[in-house]
Ligand binder design. Structure first.
Ligand SMILES: [Mg+2]
Length: 237
């Protein structure tokens, strides 16, 4: 049986211009739910992440324990408002074009992000994707966060685990599938698909792409029909 071709997309700094977690932290500080000190720690961590050196496991574990006892419905509501007010507008026009091109070609469209479902779900809805894979915080029978993560988190090798499980359930052939990302931490997933697509890479991924001879796509904020790659090719060939 010939499987479906999948087009998998990272979210932060791939489909949107910035890191949504950084935007969330700024909002939490503005609204008085997060102290300056915690925000400064988060800022250092985001910088390390952009350079491709951060360990998301410990950051996520801290995040999970910090929301223990809160209602999931409350988090989902607050996150959706933030998404509508601050994230929606940062979607990169070239990313939208790439999604539409894959849709036109009948590909199965999946968001593959380390973000939570409270970001992934509205993003997948906004783009009309077929599915989303993300990192989940465990919730108890009363709808409250337990302080634990659902493992594996959707990061690094964990993205491959989530994607393989999803692909085998939906009949998606990873060998013929695409994956778009900006992040060196996504190298395992780039190697798991037939068509790796490097977009606006962090410094480590840029070096890796050069070493492997992968083309590098540049998706500029607010510049539809830019999207020329460094070698002049267009996404979705
Ligand atoms: Mg990213």
């Amino acid at each position: 049986m010939v499987g479906l071709v999948g087009a998998f997309f990272d979210f932060d700094r791939t489909l949107i211009a910035e890191n949504s977690a950084a935007s969330w932290v700024r909002r939490e500080v503005r609204e008085g739910r997060l102290g300056r000190r915690q925000a400064a720690q988060a800022g250092l961590w985001f910088a390390a992440y952009h350079l491709g050196f951060a360990d998301l496991h410990s950051a996520f574990a801290k995040g999970a324990s910090s929301i223990r006892g809160q209602a999931e419905s409350d988090m989902a509501g607050r996150t959706r408002r933030w998404f509508e007010e601050e994230i929606r507008a940062t979607l990169l026009p070239d990313a939208v074009d790439a999604v539409e091109e894959h849709r036109r070609r009948g590909h199965h469209l999946v968001l593959l992000t380390s973000s939570s479902p409270y970001v992934a779900e509205p993003a997948a809805e906004l783009l009309g994707l077929d599915g989303y894979l993300c990192t989940r915080f465990a919730v108890d029978g009363d709808g409250l966060f337990t302080g634990e993560l659902v493992l594996p988190i959707c990061y690094h090798e964990g993205k491959v685990t989530h994607a393989r499980e999803y692909a085998s359930a939906r009949g998606v052939d990873l060998e013929r599938s695409y994956f778009y990302t900006d992040s060196f931490s996504d190298l395992p997933m780039l190697l798991a698909v037939g068509v790796p697509r490097v977009v606006n890479p962090d410094p480590r991924l840029r070096r890796e792409a050069r070493r492997r001879g992968w083309e590098v796509l540049t998706w500029a904020p607010g510049a539809r029909a830019g999207g020329e790659s460094e070698r002049g090719a267009r996404a979705g060939s």
